[in-house]
Design a protein. Sequence first.
Length: 258
Amino acid sequence: MRQEESEAIVLHHLDYKDADRIVSFFSLEQGLLKGFAHNARKSRKRFGSALELFAYVHLRWSGRTSGDLVSLQDAELIDLHSGVRRDVGALALASYGCELVEALTAEAQPCSEIFHLLRAFLGHLSKAGLSLEARLLFELRLLSQLGYAPHFVHCSSCNFPLDSDEVAFSAANGGGLCLECAPAALPLRVSAMTLGTLGRSLQAPVTLFEGFRFSERTLQEAGGILQDILRQHLVRPLKSQPFMEQMLAGKARVKAIR
């Protein structure tokens, strides 16, 4: 049976029976895959801690024998991203990021940019901890890599520049809308500067998270925009999101006091 190997990041795992483990991972070479690791929790030589959540590993597997699972042979740990586990806020955001990747990507569709984005995101959280900017940048870049980035600079209806102080936004209608084109009942009104900030942020390398500082208004409006886009593409609410939102709200309150 053909053997495969690739760098990969563990997104999710489920313990099965006495010692087995089912693992969802995003690989550099083949994108999202799910695998079965026989006796994984007893075999320190073959897997050790390499199948833990968020682990960056070199993974080897053989093709599917039945169902949708590949057969995991062994894994070499490269980076466990241990810093994520020392900060409950970073843990919450990392869990959300991994669940979001698994929810939005199709199996066996390689995308090296998403792999590098996720790796940089986890590395940043491991070193710098929770931040509202990291969440915004990760969501924005992931959506862009998947082809879901909307119009930020021009009205998605008339194609004129969005140069007024206030504009509307609707993911269902393609993105930013001038007030003349926006339906009267459309509730999401944002600053044109916020849309410009999102557009400029996409010009930075997908692996760069350091050095970004957004105003409270930009974070609030951009968060509403990105959630509007995500609702168009997610088939169900993410289990990790409520706790992550709770952690970010606490971070925002602390930031406001300081």
